[in-house]
Design a protein around this ligand. Structure first.
Ligand code: FES
Ligand SMILES: [Fe+2]
Length: 373
């Protein structure tokens, strides 16, 4: 008995969910305004006084490191008349405030913890003033060497609860220790959910990624069906990492189990962090949605500090390979974004081997529809 194709397909999110400005506005409120969002690496704000300027759902946010090593986060806006403390349209997103944050407009000055220290020519700042005119705080936490912020006044879950099984599955990888050995920022004209769903299925790997499928033949088999992500995906005979040759001179991470030494793993930490794990490096994709049709992707290849310290360190074996695969993904996702905008397109579908993609719908839909009193 042959089942009709229609019976084996699941409807994707609606066209409007990927294209609509109203849906994006709702996501800013319901998804990125409430969830823990990855915004960078701990080491990007490593030293006391350093800051990271990030964009979360269109809000400019500053993450700072105080003299005691604690992280703080604030909306990037002065309590006096609302100037941005760090210009969100210019300059480097990473920098240092030194010992205090001085507004460029009238020099109101705040501590690295956000409390007001000084308002020029207005007399001494009392303890009450320091609190009453403190920068508007944003919740901040870190895990696995990543900094996360949460714009909700009171987050609904802890960061660890939100990460759930992702944190459990990657415990043997030294995520907190690894450092970026290569970084590139991609600007992609596609909705963030198109990118996340693309990451979450390998039905496309055969047609889109010939080099990747040569390295990982099972990605091509049966449309990427029945891949064992929990154990990791084996490479071709003799290969054990995501590089051009499938091998590397770098040492494997020290605590991996036997599977992890030779297999590849991938994790999607909703809403905006994708992590691909090899035995000697971690490929990290941090998605910053800029609107319904545009996503900035910060791509880092993370290595053990000992590997980076090696005088012969050269990340290009991994970087060159990843960059090819990444650009294939971004190009096809941009094509999907343009195609969905056609009046000839009504509705997308998921095939059975795209099942993992359903995870995003399952995560996204209740958050977009639930009502709060
Ligand atoms: S707006 Fe910041 S000091 Fe005036
Ligand atoms: Fe892909």
């Amino acid at each position: 008995v042959t089942e009709d194709l229609g019976d084996r397909l699941e409807p994707a999110l609606s066209r409007e969910d990927y294209l609509g400005e109203a849906v994006w506005a709702r996501e800013c409120e319901r998804i990125f305004g409430r969830a823990w969002c990855a915004v960078g690496r701990d080491s990007d704000v490593g030293a006391p006084g350093s800051y990271l300027r990030v964009d979360v759902a269109g809000e400019s946010v500053l993450v700072t490191r105080d003299g005691d090593g604690a992280l703080h986060a604030f909306y990037n806006v002065c309590r006096h008349r609302g100037a941005e403390l760090v210009d969100s349209c210019a300059g480097d997103p990473c920098g240092s405030f030194g010992s205090a944050i001085r507004c460029p407009y009238h020099s109101w000055t705040y501590g690295l913890d956000g409390r007001l220290i000084r308002a020029p020519f207005l007399g001494a700042v009392s303890d009450a003033d320091a609190r009453d005119f403190a920068l508007a705080a944003v919740h901040v936490d870190s895990w696995g060497g990543y900094v996360f912020v949460n714009l909700a006044p009171t987050p609904e879950t802890s960061l660890l609860d939100q990460l759930g099984d992702v944190a459990r599955r990657v415990t043997r990888y030294p995520l907190s220790e690894v450092r970026s050995g290569a970084r590139v920022v991609y600007e992609v004209a596609a909705n963030w959910k198109v990118l996340a769903e693309n990451y979450n299925e390998c039905y496309h790997c055969g047609p889109v990624h010939p080099e990747l499928c040569d390295l990982v033949p099972s990605f091509r088999r049966a449309g990427g069906d029945n891949l064992e992500w929990e154990r990791g995906i084996p490479h071709r005979e003799g290969a054990y990492t995501f590089t051009t040759t499938g091998t590397t001179t770098r040492a494997a991470f020290p605590d991996l189990d036997e599977d992890e030494l030779v297999r590849h793993k991938g994790e999607l930490a909703f809403p905006n962090l994708l992590i691909s794990l090899s035995c000697d490096h971690v490929a990290s994709f941090l998605l910053t949605p800029r609107g319904a049709g545009h996503t900035t992707i910060e791509f880092d290849l993370l290595f053990h500090p000992d590997a980076i310290a090696d005088p012969g360190f050269d990340p290009s074996d991994a970087f060159d390979f990843w960059d090819v695969v990444n650009r294939q993904d971004w190009a096809i996702c941009e094509s999907v974004q343009r195609g969905m905008a056609s009046r000839g397109f009504t509705q997308g579908w998921f095939a059975p081997m795209e099942d993992p993609s359903l995870d995003l719908r399952a995560w996204w839909q209740p958050r977009m529809t639930e009502t709060h009193d």
